[in-house]
Ligand binder design. Structure first.
Ligand SMILES: [Cu+2]
Length: 233
């Protein structure tokens, strides 16, 4: 995976680093106890009497154990909520761009509302402009995943799910399907191009228009027999 291409992914990555380092001493203690227990360094063939459980019977060590666990859990919950809050901010942003995402075995298609019906198989986004994805599927369950942006949401037939992100780095990234959806599931991937507003506008102008009104979801799914359908590539 390349470097993070959104603040959400950056924060998620930081959170993972923090948890890895926080978990490292716990792992060290567990391994140390396991090694001592499995070796002859311990009590050997003469274990102590059953009543001799200095740690299990100590209320002080129990209090410390419960308090530390609670603080770590609370930290995980609050950290996760802060990360997810970034998504919500993008959804509520008035300047957010809406893009309809349709999964089908085994491609992703993108429709750009207010573009007179531009549809692409390669996702184009504007740098530093929040985008809200309206995601659905025309056949089985898929999962829309922009790897480097930390975006992942189910694509279910008959339902529109939403997810938002603010791409903050110009470049080319990856979309994958994250839900096993049939034979060619592993090939269900394409590129995301994050570009400047100017490049994006030029790209949009250069695309064939299908002249659909820009409703949230077109009834026309682009059947090959439709003479007006020059979308896709
Ligand atoms: Cu899929």
């Amino acid at each position: 995976m390349g470097p993070p291409a959104s603040q959400v992914m950056k924060t998620t990555e930081n959170l993972m680093y923090i948890f890895t380092w926080a978990a490292a001493p716990v792992m060290a203690i567990v391994f140390a106890i396991a090694i001592v227990s499995l070796s002859n360094l311990h009590y050997g063939d003469n274990p102590p009497a059953e009543a001799d459980h200095a740690i299990r019977n100590s209320s002080r060590s129990n209090i410390v154990w419960v308090t530390v666990s609670a603080i770590l859990c609370l930290f995980a919950v609050v950290g996760g909520m802060i990360v997810l809050q970034h998504d919500n901010e993008s959804i509520l942003d008035d300047h957010a761009v809406d893009i309809n995402v349709t999964g089908q075995q085994w491609v992703w298609n993108y429709d750009y509302p207010r573009s007179q019906g531009v549809r692409s198989e390669e996702l184009h986004l504007v740098v530093n402009k929040p985008v809200v994805f309206h995601v659905t599927s025309v056949d089985v369950k898929h999962s829309f995943w922009i790897v480097e942006m930390g975006v992942k949401v189910d694509a279910n037939p008959g339902v529109v799910t939403e997810v938002a992100v603010n791409p903050n780095k110009i470049g080319t990234y990856n979309v994958r399907c994250a839900e096993l959806c049939g034979l060619l599931h592993s090939y269900m991937q394409n590129k995301v191009i994050v570009q400047s507003q100017e490049d994006y506008d030029n790209w949009l102008l250069s695309q064939p228009k299908r002249n659909y009104s820009g409703d949230p979801f077109p009834q026309d799914k682009g059947e090959p027999s439709d003479p007006n359908n020059k979308g896709g590539n």
